[in-house]
Design a protein around this ligand. Structure first.
Ligand SMILES: O=C(O)c1cc(C(=O)O)c2c(n1)C(=O)C(=O)c1cc(C(=O)O)[nH]c1-2
Ligand SMILES: [Ca+2]
Length: 677
């Protein structure tokens, strides 16, 4: 039958919490970001197996017209796919054919690009009772007609437009309420979560994750309690405090609890934010809330007094496990900080934590679930090369849990970084040398003043959460590989940073199939059934915080969705290869300008353009490989906002020609220092 608006309305009209619970048994649709509210990304579909996966072929591909990161897991209902691309653009597709049904562009003003730390990305939509929900990068929440893409309602989720709040996360709907958090803790915001009535958009509740100005009454009891764990001498409320909830949320209907992971502190450095110390609740915690009211129920804080940009927002999974002979309802969680946690989701009790990779900020956990810290990790004076770093031992890239194998499949990585306490930090001061302080960052650390000693790495790890040890792993050569999907056919699917889409045997990690996909992959795949056939889809598009500055593949095709099934016969589109230019040369500069230029580059350019000639350039170009004409015209291009349509700010209010010549001197000197002789 054709996908008429009536048919789409009827099919999506049936999607609600109960539908999603029932779909967990069949896996026919992929009706929410993590497949179900446990977000285990385990599909019961078993038509594609370890035996026949080698016959997977392309059915269709669709160009998302997107040049920045694509992080969405496609949501699929009755043969209609909803997927988002960079700048929060929604595409509705016929999942049988890849034909476009409609697109919705929230028209995020491109100057908003500089207000987000980590690429202009979006992780996806929610579908509920005939509507599609998406949150835009600039903090608005939209309800769209699922059949036409027409806007039904729009809400501004941002409480203070003077602050750089962004949204990258996928919307969730729990109990007829649309729930969304935000990002901004590298800049200086106070994190909160808001729930809206799915039908009307009316605000239902809001929960803050950190306390506000102590001169004002706390919003609720949870804030009154949290207030006591911060030192007012740090005036944290001026920098916002942080705790942004920019990714994970799950829901247990039986317990009637929703769970959310909270982020890092603003500024990062606790010695500046809360000088006397303190746990700084509820940074870096899993918090259980009542979905009807947003009322706090319990929390578990993995990293009390967080100070390394560690965050608990990385995807959690709800699972039922037998641990020491006892059936337990647990949360499985591997946040940035390198440990794998098993938490009791009925009451937040700590069950276990084990490092799954090299970790140096803590040696382990005590029985109460507090980390045993390395004192050097928060030395107020000395540089510390935290391992893992702010990039995490893993990040938002979703993991999956297969109850048949009992294993969690998680992308893991390391990107070296050193942190030097920045005693001169003041909120919102633009200071040369303070990373991206010219675009509003507030870290309270200087980055990589001392060269880090660690090496980058990346892989896929199959982790046994009961034994707390790895069952198998795959070395992927470098960081920032895609999220995973696992199936009842005993498969694990994952896209890679070096532009492949791969299937493994979930039991032993044997590679069974792979195909080149024209771009590095960061998002996670989805699988679903149409007319009795199992399909697998992946949205590709290199990006995210690491993918802005560095790439692992010379394939740089625009964002695309690929859909496969057994016996698919379509031809793979030709990959676009990066133009490989030599290091820039032939421009004179003054050596005397290099030192000042270094500080200015770090405070205005490094976050997006990386280190000239050292990083390869990701979805934003590395200036070390620019054309000579571009570098010659640099002052004019930067001051006039020549790339404003691509999200690059206009710098004429913050920089001038003289400073740009210094920045240029730094670029050219750095290139000269790495140029092979
Ligand atoms: O503190 C925050 O509010 C915040 C927000 C985001 C975001 O919204 O994407 C990221 C981070 N932090 C972050 O620390 C981080 O490593 C990160 C990576 C990415 C990405 O999309 O690749 N986003 C974010
Ligand atoms: Ca952060």
């Amino acid at each position: 039958q054709p996908l008429t608006p009536d048919r789409i309305r009827a099919a999506t009209g049936r999607v609600d919490g109960e539908f999603i619970r029932q779909n967990a048994a069949t896996g026919r649709d992929w009706p929410s970001y993590g497949l179900n509210h446990a977000e285990n990304r385990f599909s019961p579909l078993r038509a594609i197996t370890t035996e026949n996966v080698s016959q997977l072929g392309l059915v269709w591909s669709y160009d998302l017209g997107s040049k920045r990161g694509v992080q969405a897991t496609p949501v699929v209902v009755d043969g209609v796919m909803y997927v988002t691309a960079s700048w929060s653009v929604v595409h509705a597709l016929n999942a049988r054919t890849g034909e476009k049904l409609w697109t919705f562009d929230p028209q995020v003003p491109r100057e908003y690009g500089e207000k987000g730390c980590c690429d202009v990305v979006n992780r996806g939509v929610a579908v509920h009772r005939g509507k599609v929900y998406v949150a835009s990068y600039d903090g608005r929440l939209f309800a769209l007609d699922a059949a036409t893409g027409q806007k039904v309602w729009e809400k501004d989720t941002v409480i203070d437009r003077a602050r750089p709040y962004t949204i990258s996360g996928a919307v969730r709907v729990f109990k007829n309420k649309v729930v969304i958090g935000n990002g901004g803790a590298e800049y200086g915001v106070r994190g909160y979560l808001t729930a809206y009535d799915a039908e009307t958009g009316e605000q239902a509740w809001r929960w803050f994750s950190v306390p506000g100005d102590p001169a004002k009454p706390p919003e609720d009891e949870s804030m009154a309690r949290a207030m006591k764990t911060w030192d007012p001498a740090g005036r944290w409320w001026e920098a916002g405090g942080g705790g942004t909830m920019w990714d994970t949320m799950t829901y247990d209907a039986e317990l009637d609890l929703m769970y959310v992971g909270t982020g890092n502190g603003s500024p990062w450095n606790r010695n500046l934010r809360s000088p006397a110390g303190g746990d700084n609740l509820y940074l870096h915690s899993i918090v259980a809330l009542k979905p009807d009211t947003g009322e706090y129920v319990w929390h578990y804080q993995h990293a009390p007094g967080e100070t390394w940009d560690y965050t608990a927002v990385q995807p959690m999974i709800l699972a039922d496990l037998t641990i020491e002979g006892q059936p337990r309802k647990v949360i499985l969680h591997a946040p940035k900080n390198g440990f794998f946690y098993v938490i009791d989701r009925t009451d937040g009790r700590f069950i276990s934590a084990r490092a799954h990779t090299e970790v140096n900020w803590a040696t382990g956990y005590d029985n109460e679930g507090r980390p045993i810290e390395n004192p050097a990790a928060r030395d107020p004076q000395k540089t510390f090369e935290a391992i893992p770093t702010a990039y995490g031992a893993r990040n938002w890239h979703p993991m999956s849990f297969n109850p048949q194998t009992g294993l969690v499949y998680m992308p893991v990585h390391g990107v070296p970084l050193s942190l030097t306490p920045d005693q001169a930090w003041r909120h919102n001061a633009n200071r040369p040398g303070a990373f991206q302080s010219g675009t509003g960052w507030n870290l309270g650390y200087l980055l990589n003043v001392e060269a880090p000693k660690a090496q980058p790495f990346g892989g896929l790890v199959a982790w046994d959460p009961v034994k707390q040890q790895a069952a198998w792993s795959q070395d992927l050569g470098g960081p920032w590989n895609g999220g995973t999907l696992t199936t009842a056919g005993n498969l694990v699917f994952q896209g890679t940073a070096d532009a492949r889409f791969v299937a493994y045997d979930a039991r032993d990690g044997r590679k069974l199939w792979e195909v080149p996909v024209g771009s590095g992959v960061v998002a996670a795949p989805a699988t679903y059934e149409i007319d009795g056939q199992q399909y697998v889809s992946i949205a590709v598009g290199w990006g995210g915080v690491y993918g802005i500055v560095q790439r692992a593949s010379e394939r740089v095709s625009p964002g695309r969705v690929y859909t496969f099934r057994i016996g698919g016969q379509a031809a793979m589109p030709t990959a676009v290869m990066a133009e490989r230019r030599p290091l820039v040369s032939g421009i004179a500069y003054s050596k005397a300008d290099v030192e000042a230029g270094t500080g200015l580059y770090v405070s205005h350019c490094a976050g997006c353009h990386g280190v000239p000639g050292v990083n390869s350039g990701g979805n934003v170009p590395n200036l070390g490989y620019s054309r000579q004409e571009t570098i010659e015209a640099l002052p004019h291009l930067v001051l006039s906002g020549a790339f404003a349509d691509q999200g690059m700010p206009r710098f004429d209010q913050r920089l001038d020609e003289a400073r740009l010549l210094k920045i240029r001197a730094f670029i050219l000197a750095t290139v000269d220092s790495v140029r092979p002789r």
